[in-house]
Design a protein around this ligand. Sequence first.
Ligand code: ATP
Length: 240
Amino acid sequence: MKHAIIMEGIAKGFQHKKVIQPLDLTIERSGIFGLLGPSGCGKTTLIKMIVGLINPDAGRVTVLDYKVPNEALLMEIGYMAQSDALYTELTGAENLEFFAKLYRLSKKERSGRIRYAAEIVGLTNDLNTRVAYYSGGMKRRLSLAIALIQNPEILILDEPTVGIDPSLKRTIWQELERLRDEERKTIVITTHVMDEAERCDKLAMLREGAIIASGTPAALKEQYAVKSLDDVFLQIGGVR
Ligand SMILES: Nc1ncnc2c1ncn2[C@@H]1O[C@H](COP(=O)(O)OP(=O)(O)OP(=O)(O)O)[C@@H](O)[C@H]1O
């Protein structure tokens, strides 16, 4: 299987407003794919359709050869949403334990995966604190740890590093690259941050629900004859 994600003829509207124009998108296995575009262009809507959280009005989504939605796929997708869905009355460790159990990991697997995920997001020393006392950034990090917990084939991360300090951001990116290189994982991220976009293998740029450019960061810069992805972004976001 060459492609992890195939979207064909996908369209979506909310209350008569077209949010995703009919579009096709394929995402290869084992790579980091970035979705870029101005606020409100439809990035989150698009990834929610990959995860199976919302149904497209038209078209078909296939993930790892399964037609979405599919229950078996839940095990294979780690999803970090933009808003945190955490149990604030529980500690960080209890949240991780809860999700690890949901994915039916054995006791031994659970403790190993919790240790790993907490380490990656720098929460090892805060695991026994109730999430109600976490800062915004700590909650984001816990959400990322939950996305990693069952060791999924595909990670879908909606602005994963917002509110995360530069040194931890570096650790997280190193781990995403390791997951791609050593474990052949597929990672899809949305971002507004251009240095992150530079690290993606491929990008799709969205505007008003349509993909208006896609390719490697280098190819996009060449296409728009500019030196930085910021300039590509500005042209796409600004020029109509
Ligand atoms: N459930 C909904 N009901 C109505 N409108 C919605 C709904 N979800 C999204 N929208 C609208 O769809 C458009 C695209 O939203 P979406 O969240 O996909 O954008 P985005 O590119 O992820 O934005 P951002 O970068 O700000 O997160 C917006 O105009 C938004 O208001």
